[in-house]
Design a protein around this ligand. Structure first.
Ligand code: MOS
Length: 696
């Protein structure tokens, strides 16, 4: 008995609260007697703190305390090295938070932080990734748990024997997560209990980490994340802000609010690792791939291994008898890289989908057709059928909507005044996953329902999607349902990450709704509240492991100013196959958001690290350019109908990340088509094109 609520376009439930300012974020809750924290970042790259002089800071008006490794409360277990904050004098990277000043006002805390004097012993450092770095090694696995290397057939022989070959190396810089709301926390200790309002992507896991760090029973920790201003992976687990705030609040025995500034989040919150990627493709003269290899190099920090799965995308995307992928890593004196929207798949697809474009040119076949020709029957990596694979449908539908057939394939063939105009495209894929979740649904005597689940809405529209899912499962109009999320006191649920929030949470919500309906056989409101709970742990553990992915096709047209080298986007169009689309309104926003971030990756963003100081030179929004509205003249996202019953109860594939995958390659391929110049080093800022003789 579905109400058809799934698939109805609906504005987000909290939209009015957000635009009127009524929605509260982590540091916006009024708290009696609250104080303010401000972090002190390390000003050396590598070394040890030898002395902290807090005299001046403590004498500054309003300053209550300077919390540092010499006086901070002790954490019980390391849990992970990046959270071992204010516990020892070691400095592992520039910008590491080495102290927190707590004061009666934000301004006093900031002034106090300026007055803290820290002295260090320092040593030599290495902060820049190179393909011949002596520290390169093979990690045991890559994120989240993929094999490091794969090989099938005989790549070297297959490559050598082929009539058409591409061998290209692509480079991507560090990219910094810049959610609208930087990481922020309010922490309050009451007796032995800890309450935090924190900006994160999953309050259940943050609660678990805090309970370990502070050696508290889970029931003594409550984490509220009612509204979150973006995360993109950087708020996936407990991060520095929440730990520092809890430490500071315990030290001063008062509530503390701590909001990191934009400048303070460049690096320490995690960033997308730079990559160096060599891709080799070999094909017959009809464009059928015979050999594919993808060798990826990336970096991690000295304290924690994060090995990004850069080449994993290449394992399942296109068919060929001879295939090989490898990952190598270097430890540098840098903050630990971490998740950023489609970690691995996104930079990996940039390289592979660029190389496919180079192959299309080399073999003289249309790039859409080349991809159609190499679409595998079964997953090349696992040898099993996909639950559904609609890449070709996306390619065809995208080409039709974009008007691809009218394109003259010759580079530099279209000139409009001082501009060269060109178009490019790329394929896209992102894995579909679900994690165990629980949920509770209550029927009320007035005919209403309450759905409770500790899901997180990081700005995606998750709250609204689950509300529609519940309406569908209960067979009632959504307006009769109240939904509560974003609080660790609610039934435990996985984080909003890996594009698996909606698939995981809806599974538990649908099960709980079914259990509730079984308790109300006549479908009438109960005399007193009746609740039902569900937990999908066992069910998801038994899930058959057929390969499952969302797919997409990205199309881009750019114009390049022949005088300045400036690249402007004329239009961008994506078509996706992502299972059932729960709420078209917010789904479209997710997809165009991802595509825009891919445009940003291709043309605008890029962290510049100065090896002398081990510091990010551009670390604010004035110097680290992120694509903004005027950079996007036209952007459209569509999806094809896809019904896949193998996936999960709601039939969804997840849409948080697929939009960014392939987007940068489509832009880079369009720049090549416009200019005849292949830039393999992102971002393609105008310095890489200006003065290039081909432009004149
Ligand atoms: Mo996303 S990078 O998995 O939060």
């Amino acid at each position: 008995m579905s109400t058809g609520a799934i698939g109805q376009a609906h504005p987000r439930l909290e939209g009015r609260e957000k635009v009127t300012g009524a929605a509260r974020y982590a540091v916006e809750y009024p708290v009696d007697g609250v104080t303010y924290g401000w972090v002190v970042p390390a000003t050396v790259v590598r070394g040890r703190i030898t002395r902290i002089d807090t005299t001046e800071a403590l004498a500054s008006p309003g300053v209550l305390a300077v919390v540092h490794h010499g006086n901070a409360p002790r954490l019980a277990t390391m849990v992970e090295p990046d959270l071992w904050l204010l516990q020892d004098p070691a400095v592992h990277y520039r910008g590491q938070y080495v102290a927190v000043v707590v004061a009666l006002s934000l301004e006093a805390a900031r002034e106090g932080a300026r007055l803290v004097r820290v002295e260090y012993d320092t040593g030599p450092h290495s902060t820049v990734l190179t393909d011949d770095h002596p520290g390169l090694y093979k990690p045991d696995e890559v994120n989240p748990h993929y094999p490091t290397d794969t090989a099938e057939g005989d790549f070297d022989a297959g490559y050598a024997a082929a009539p058409v070959r591409v061998d290209a190396t692509y480079r991507t810089p560090a990219y910094h997560n810049n959610p609208m709301e930087p990481h922020a926390t309010t922490a309050q200790w009451t007796g032995g209990r800890l309450l935090v309002h924190d900006s994160n992507q999953g309050a259940s896991s943050v609660r678990a980490t805090l309970s370990e760090l502070f050696d508290l029973p889970r029931e003594s920790v409550r984490v509220i994340a009612e509204h979150v201003g973006g995360g993109f992976g950087s708020k996936g687990y407990a991060k520095a802000a929440v730990v520092l705030t809890a430490l500071a609040a315990r030290h001063v025995d008062r509530p503390v609010k701590l909001a990191l500034t934009r400048q303070q989040i460049f690096g320490p919150i995690g960033y997308r690792t730079p990559t160096i990627q060599r891709v080799r493709l070999a094909a017959d003269t009809d464009g059928r791939l015979t050999a594919i290899s993808h060798d990826a190099i990336s970096q991690t920090s000295m304290i924690r291994e994060f090995a990004e799965q850069t080449a994993v995308y290449t394992r399942s995307m296109y068919a060929a008898p001879h295939r090989r992928t490898t990952h190598r890593l270097t430890r540098l004196d840098v903050p630990t890289p971490f998740w950023m929207r489609a970690p691995g798949e996104c930079p990996g697809a940039y390289a592979l989908e660029s190389a496919m474009d180079e192959l299309a040119v080399a073999v003289g076949i249309d790039p859409v057709e080349l991809r159609v020709r190499n679409d595998p029957e079964v997953d090349p990596d696992q040898g099993k059928p996909f639950t559904s694979r609609n890449l070709v449908a996306c390619l065809r539908e995208g080409a039709r909507r974009f008007g691809w057939a009218d394109r003259n394939p010759t580079p530099r063939s279209r000139r409009e005044g001082r501009f060269l105009v060109g178009s490019g495209m790329a394929g896209s894929a992102y894995p579909t996953r679900s994690r165990p979740s629980s949920a509770r649904v209550t029927a009320r005597p007035d005919g209403g329902f309450l759905v409770q689940i500790n899901a997180t809405d990081i700005g995606t529209g998750a709250r609204t999607a689950l509300w529609l899912v519940a309406a569908d499962a209960l067979g009632v109009p959504p307006e009769r349902i109240e939904i509560r999320i974003g609080d660790s006191d609610l039934p435990t649920a996985p984080l909003a990450g890996g594009s698996m929030g909606t698939s995981s949470w809806s599974w538990a919500v649908i099960r709980a709704c079914a259990a509730l309906r079984a308790k109300l056989p006549d479908g009438r409101p109960p005399d007193a509240e009746v609740s039902a709970e569900a937990d999908t742990t066992d069910e998801i553990g038994e899930q058959a492991a057929l390969p499952r992915y969302a797919y997409g096709a990205q199309f881009v047209e750019v114009r390049v100013d022949t005088t300045t080298g400036e690249i402007r986007l004329n239009r961008m169009l994506g078509v996706f196959a992502a299972g059932r689309i729960v709420n078209p309104t917010t789904a479209r926003s997710q997809l165009i958001g991802g595509m825009t971030m891919g445009l940003s990756m291709a043309l605008h963003e890029g962290g510049l690290l100065d090896e002398r100081y081990g510091d990010w030179v551009n670390h604010d929004l004035a110097t680290y350019h992120i694509t903004a509205c005027p950079d996007v003249e036209s952007i459209e996202a569509y999806w094809v109908d896809e019904h896949d019953d193998e996936l999960n109860l709601a039939g969804v594939k997840g849409i948080g990340e697929i939009g960014i995958v392939g987007a940068a390659a489509a832009v880079a391929n369009a720049v090549y088509h416009a200019t005849g110049v292949r830039i393999r080093d992102l971002p393609i800022q105008l310095d890489k094109l200006v003065g290039v003789s081909e432009l004149a």
